[in-house]
Design a protein around this ligand. Sequence first.
Ligand code: ARG
Length: 458
Amino acid sequence: MVLWAGRFKKEINQDVNAFNSSISFDARMYKHDIMGSKAHAKMLAKQGIIDEISLYEILKGLNEILLEIDNGTLLFDPNAEDIHMFIESELTKKYPVSGKKLHTARSRNDQVALDLRLYTRDEMNEIKMMLINLINVIISQASNHTTTIMCGYTHMQRAQPITFAHHLMAYAEMFYRDITRINDCFERMNVSPLGSGALATTTYPIDRMFVAKELEMKDITYNSLDGVSDRDYAIEFANDLALIMMHLSRLSEEIILWCSWEFKYIELDDAYATGSSIMPQKKNPDIAELVRGKSARVISHVSSLLTMMKGLPLAYNKDMQEDKEVLFDAIDQVKLCLPVFTDMLKTMKVNSKKMRDYAAKGFINATDCADYLVKQGKAFRDAYKTTGQLVAYCIEHDEVLETLSLDIYQSFDAVFEESIYEAIALETCVKNRQVDGGPSPQAVEKSIILMKEKVKAL
Ligand code: ARG
């Protein structure tokens, strides 16, 4: 018989029980459920709502249950309605008198609201550590390539010279923002809803702040209807996860391009690539492709959560049970992707020569040619036009700006001098972009130092 047996004359229909049950997916919160119950029981005893012997037995029983689940001697009952009911009924089996007192002044509505916060809090910390590892790998790859010239793109068209370090560090910035976003979410979500009861608190003289302190939460929620029915933190965190996946997916896309035969900017380590069952020459970037693919499902989970919540009247509604599978899957996918992606990045080989050779072929120094004319006294728009004509001439005659003779340059504008070659050398173009945030080795080294400091301060 279920715990609410009193009101009902029949057992629940088996199909309905299976339909209603969430234990197959919320069992993963068992540690947090036990943690919350222990804090609740301590508070009940401190307030004189339960006696010390009951507290002793409840704590002992909950500790035993934790140990037994951990060591595999207690298996989750698939017929239990959810993890909360399961743990309470196991406790009651062990200590019938005391176990039945645990749920005093509590509802599963505030219990699940608490558990999900406690669970999410732990996952946030794990994911932050994974992001820090990823940033450190990006930093170490970037540090080796502050002078590796590479073509930078806009519209996927060759644009201006940058370095590989500069390109990689763009991703470090993104992943750093992802960590700070998780921190922001953590600050808002680390408050205790316990004591909200089913929806309208309780008449027992409970001490909500005591429970919050026990659980290292910085405050309590201040409206019981909101306390039980707020899932903003789950949506915010899912959104943070979607952003992480979007960033991983963008870098994946580049990695896939860079390992293509047409680019060959990088080579993935054999241990982080796969072959084809039919084409012997193939080496496929499956990890990057899968990460890009998985980003779709994590992004869609944010929309599932928002859509699930948007029509719910106050306070708790069973629809909210649907928050878990999508949030958990978003967490799981990110935790699957981050370590393997990080190792793939760590072990990839960079073909600096290829990058440099390709950078030389696409007029990516044209802006610098125009800037040269400006330094020789021309207005930028005139300089821009002359350089455009030079590029057109080069294309027609199968040349590049570096190979054009001075005579030809001067036939377009007499102010061109020998110094044009130095001005349009890709190394010069990069070196002279010393503005903070720019690609010069100096500027990128500064950004690396700053990033290291920011990561250390997290
Ligand atoms: N399994 C439920 C959930 O995940 C727990 C809360 C159920 N509350 C209730 N009154 N039925 O949302």
